[in-house]
Write a protein that binds this ligand. Structure first.
Ligand code: 13P
Ligand code: SF4
Length: 302
């Protein structure tokens, strides 16, 4: 996109000068994802890459909890986010105090928290999970009952695949909850499209899907299946970013954009590198506890 080119060039020059690495989530706009990112991936992949990369300065193009996860796993590096207001309806649906109240209500029941939570919530959790490993993480605890938070729809999807009883919270992804079963059926019936959905969608939508998986799993499914037409029932920048990789596949809308992801722009990425702001800071004790919960997940499997 030509109008973006001056910004892309300026960012890439400044990035080099600063010795910074730019990481972008799959839901970032194509000009960011393809134009300036050194590393792309899902939220956990980015956090692991932050810990593994050589650079001491990392810019996370994604939402706040993703930058926090990077800082949790790379506490000695400077982690910047271009806009501190880039939030997430799941992460903001629950506080550390809510987790403590749940623990008081269900004494001895372990807490499994989805990656889409604040560092403070992770610090009060026994173990973290992603949409890719939630069933394994829940079962790894070897107990009959688990508190699973904050995504109600992901929780219901996991509950269908395990005999472990799940105590759920009422968090929702404001982007994925908007998709309807009728939109899914329309894509299949009108366009003969395969349906691939993220587990943050409602149970009615997931029931229509040919494949349900995390952002990474959806990409791998496309690589395996190479469908002629597909509707990606997830944040729609993902389809925009995959289009280049799968030129023979037609991507059918419906499209919902995440307003929080959209807060990150080429302009504020440039300002972020120029002014070295906004640095993610996590209190040492919170960081250490959150790191332990993340590492317990990594021991079970990605
Ligand atoms: P991933 O953990 O798959 O990157 O998903 C994050 C997210 O925000 C989904 O809506
Ligand atoms: Fe949060 Fe949903 Fe946006 Fe992902 S798409 S960052 S879960 S609000």
């Amino acid at each position: 996109v030509p109008m973006h080119l001056p910004w892309i060039d300026a960012i890439n020059a400044l990035k080099k000068q600063r010795g910074a690495v730019i990481m972008a989530h799959s839901y970032q706009s194509p000009e960011i994802f393809h134009g300036v990112a050194d590393i792309t991936g899902d939220s956990l992949g980015l956090a692991q890459a932050a810990a593994d990369c050589d650079a001491d300065l990392i810019v996370v193009c994604g939402v706040h909890f993703m930058a926090e996860s990077a800082k949790i796993l790379a506490p000695n590096k400077t982690v910047l986010i271009p806009d501190l207001e880039a939030g997430c309806s799941l992460a903001s649906s629950i506080t550390a105090a809510d987790v403590l109240a749940l623990r008081a209500q269900y004494p001895g029941v372990p807490v499994v928290s989805y990656a889409n939570t604040s560092a403070a919530v992770k610090a009060q959790s026994d173990v973290i999970c992603t949409s890719a490993n939630a069933v394994q993480v829940v079962e790894s605890l070897g107990v009959p009952k688990v508190i699973f938070l904050p995504d109600e729809f992901l929780g219901r999807h996991v509950a269908r695949q395990t005999r472990v009883e799940l105590v759920l919270w009422h968090g929702r992804c404001e982007v994925h909850e908007k998709f309807t079963a009728q939109q899914a059926r329309h894509a299949r019936e009108q366009f003969d499209a395969k349906l691939v959905a993220h587990p943050e969608c409602s149970p009615e939508v997931l029931a229509e899907a040919d494949f349900v998986g995390s952002t990474t799993a959806m990409g791998k499914w496309l690589e395996r299946e190479r469908p002629a037409r597909v509707a990606m029932i997830t944040e729609c920048s993902m389809a925009d970013n995959l289009r280049a990789q799968f030129p023979a596949t037609q991507f059918i809308k419906p499209c919902n954009l995440c307003p929080h992801m959209q807060r990150i722009t080429l302009q504020n990425i440039y300002a972020c590198l120029r002014d070295l702001r906004h640095a993610i800071e996590i209190p040492a004790e919170v960081g250490a506890r959150a790191r332990a919960a993340l590492q317990r997940m990594l021991a079970v499997g990605r």
